[in-house]
Design a protein around this ligand. Structure first.
Ligand SMILES: [Zn+2]
Length: 210
């Protein structure tokens, strides 16, 4: 069977500002190249692309308004020193996703291990992309974007955990619940350990938006 291709997936690429490379050591550049290719693969996963397509349809955001999604190799900081997860040029329809700094990753890995870092980096990039895509519609309404982005991120995460067990049934249930304005069921599963995991993920996700 031919694999379905997603239009958004074809607009994604890894991008590096060559003039900035000199500011980083070879080791650091190697680290950021690995990071960006990991994030690139995470964002292009069919399960996530399918989810984004659904989200764009639900929000009535025309797929053509997204011109390009750049996964940036090097991190970016605002003038106030705060790291940026992503940004969106709404006029051009161009989204950029940025990595965490190597320093952050080293501290994180020491505390929680490499696997948790990978989960974190993938989740952070997915959350950032969801957030920036929503900006195409709610251009300057940061509050709405943040709220919706959290909701959507949790929907995607829940879907991942329940996919193997109940697949489509749970999927429909979650979305019906959302449409009617009620809260989504905790996990669509009665397994308390699954529920705990989900809540943690959503909590962690909300940290991403700070
Ligand atoms: Zn924003």
């Amino acid at each position: 069977m031919l694999e379905k291709t997603f239009p958004l997936s074809n607009k994604m690429r890894i991008s590096v500002d060559h003039e900035k490379l000199d500011n980083f050591s070879q080791n650091h550049v190697r680290f950021y190249l690995k990071y960006s290719s990991f994030v690139f693969r995470a964002l292009k996963k069919p399960s996530f692309q399918k989810f984004l397509q659904w989200m764009l349809e639900k929000e009535k955001i025309e797929e053509q308004t997204v011109r390009a999604v750049h996964v940036k190799v090097l991190p970016f900081r605002r003038k106030n020193g705060k790291g940026v997860a992503g940004n969106c040029n709404t006029a051009r329809g161009r989204i950029r996703i940025y990595p965490k700094t190597i320093k952050f990753c080293q501290i994180f890995t020491r505390k929680f291990g490499r696997n948790t870092l990978l989960v974190y980096a993938g989740s952070r990039a997915r959350a950032a992309l969801i957030h920036e895509l929503l900006h195409l519609k709610y251009v300057e309404d940061e509050k709405t974007v943040r709220e919706l982005a959290k909701d959507y991120f949790c929907i995607f995460t829940q879907k991942q955990y329940t996919q193997s067990v109940h697949s489509l049934f749970i999927y429909t249930m979650i979305f019906d619940a959302k449409i009617s304005g009620k809260k989504a069921p905790p996990s669509g599963s009665n397994d308390p350990s699954t529920r705990l995991k989900l809540n943690e993920t959503c909590l962690r996700a909300s940290g991403v938006f700070k």
